[in-house]
Design a protein around this ligand. Structure first.
Ligand code: ADP
Length: 511
């Protein structure tokens, strides 16, 4: 009875079930073969697997056949010829049968994926999310070639340029109508264009992180970045990628893409308002500074002119009175020195008087400054990497002033990289504790600067930008020095600039 039921069940399942021996000759086929192949199961017994799947597909299955012969159960997706003349997408499973002599053959289970695919296509088309299905096989092959025996993740981190090449190698297998609409392209045209075309430099880092997540065995990856529409305009998007759980014969990835331009526009307006406010505050300070300097310096300047005139008169006499002229010149020098003192005192006053010091934790202060300009930075195509050490000692500072300094460094870094057209735009923000000081560092992968420029960076009104004011770094230095700290700039050997702020801790316990 049990045996009878077992037999009946095998014939009743709406899936192909068969057994092939070690030479890949069919020894058993269930009833469903009649429906699928249009041939009686008994006519199929004795045929070689090549005749079931076709010569090319048989060669392509070599990998799976080797694995099952080694005693492993394998599952994959592939196409199987159907009696209606098409090749149907199917889920295939090989289960080895091991006897006392070892491998005797394997059971085959083939399930038609058409109904599932149909459902999937309906979802694929109906959703508000844009889907791109990408063929990753070329990229996969070039990656395997390049990495060789090295650790893939370490290799990728050392070769970020691989991202561009990889994207250009990916072909588009499919996209839904939402994707056509979002990117302003027809399906036909998209299928003929490499995926890299839709990925501007700003999205290379995202794709690299995506690849690292895939190689680290994660289920998926998501993040925000920019993509390019057919008309060349940039589109802020949220991308989520699900990685296939089992190895497929053809590695493919599906990217689900959501247009987040409205949200980004709102955030940008907010960030712009923030930046304008910070700028206004900076300009106001400068305006006040200039006004008070002009006022204070007016007096010594007038005295210098008066004494200069007097010296000239003493010298123009028929017999020049050198003594009087010398005294007038000495008074000019004294007034000049006084003017210089007034300027430096006023600058000190300007930073100190507005200063409201508090004992705060360094990490959140830096993180907040970063958050204010994050949008602006990514709009310039740069990516931020933040590494703030835990448990840093507290610092006694004017939070707003210090944040102004950090914001200025971040914006400068992003502008330098964008202005230079750098392919890789990364800003590293780090903070750590070293030799009893708290160090905050902002470095970039931009053009850096020459030694000659380095000596001028912190000078007021030194700028290389068409619309620059050249006071950012000068005010930054005044602020840091008012905090008994130092700020230094280096050009990095491989390109890029590095600014370091060093501050004394407040002397209290760390947060
Ligand atoms: P501004 O930004 O208005 O030019 P700053 O004082 O902030 O004024 O900067 C002065 C100059 O220093 C810049 O114009 C630029 O030439 C140079 N500079 C600042 N930051 C960087 C950087 N990260 N990489 C290269 N050059 C920089």
């Amino acid at each position: 009875m049990i045996d009878e039921l077992r037999h009946a069940s095998v014939d009743a399942v709406p899936a192909l079930m068969s057994f092939f021996d070690a030479d890949h000759i069919c020894r058993f086929a269930n009833e469903h073969h009649r429906q699928w192949y249009g041939r009686a199961p008994e006519d199929l017994v004795g045929l070689h697997m090549r005749e079931f799947v076709g010569p090319e597909a048989y060669v392509a299955r070599a990998r799976w056949l080797d694995l099952v012969a080694a005693g492993e159960t394998v599952a994959f997706e592939n196409t199987v010829p159907h009696r209606d003349g098409t090749r149907r997408e199917a889920s295939v499973r090989y289960v080895p049968r091991m006897g006392s002599e070892g491998f005797e053959g394997f059971f085959v289970l083939v399930v038609d994926l058409a109904p599932q695919l149909h459902r999937y296509h309906r979802i694929f088309e109906a959703t508000v999310v844009a889907f791109w299905e990408i063929d990753l096989s070329d990229m996969h092959a070039s990656f395997v070639d390049a990495v060789g025996t090295q650790d893939p993740i370490t290799w990728l981190r050392a070769h970020p340029e691989f991202s561009r090449d990889a994207l250009d190698r990916c072909t588009v297998l499919d996209l839904n109508s939402r994707a056509e609409h979002m990117f302003g392209v027809t399906r036909e045209k998209a299928l003929a264009t490499p995926f890299g075309h839709w990925c501007p430099p700003a999205c290379e880092q995202h794709m690299l992180d995506n690849l690292v997540a895939y190689l680290s065995g994660k289920d998926g990856f998501e993040g925000e970045t920019l993509m390019r529409r057919a008309d060349g305009s940039l589109l802020p998007v949220h991308i989520s990628t699900a990685f296939p759980r089992q190895a497929l014969t053809r590695p493919a990835g599906t990217f689900a893409i959501m247009d987040i331009s409205e949200r980004v526009a709102r955030e940008e307006a907010l960030a712009q308002a923030h930046a304008e406010l910070a700028h206004a505050a900076r300009v106001a300070t400068l305006g006040e500074l200039t006004a008070s300097i002009a006022h204070e310096v007016n007096q010594p300047l007038a005295a210098i002119v008066t004494n200069g005139n007097a010296a000239q008169r003493w010298l123009r006499r028929p017999i020049p009175d050198l003594g009087e002229a010398g005294e007038a010149i000495e008074r000019m020098i004294a007034e000049g020195t006084r003017a210089a003192q007034i300027i430096s005192r006023t600058r000190q006053l300007a930073t100190k008087s507005a200063s409201e010091r508090a004992t705060i934790a360094c990490g959140p202060m830096v993180a907040e400054a970063v958050a204010i300009v994050e949008r602006q930075i990514s709009g310039l195509g740069a990516r931020l990497r933040i590494d703030l050490a835990e448990g840093l000692p507290l610092i006694h500072v004017d939070r707003i002033q210090l944040q102004q300094v950090i914001i200025n460094l971040l914006v400068n870094a992003a502008q330098a990289m964008a202005g230079h057209g750098s392919a890789l735009r990364i800003i590293d923000v780090r903070a750590w504790h070293e030799d009893g000081r708290v160090v905050i560092e902002v470095s970039d992968t931009g053009p850096g600067f020459s030694d000659e420029q380095a000596s001028q960076l912190f000078n007021a009104f030194y700028t290389t930008k068409a619309t620059g004011m050249g006071i950012g770094l000068s005010v930054s230095r005044t602020i840091i020095e008012a905090h008994e700290g130092t700020i230094t700039a280096d050009s990095l050997p491989g390109g890029g600039a590095r600014f370091r702020i060093s501050l004394a801790p407040s002397g209290r316990q760390s947060a």
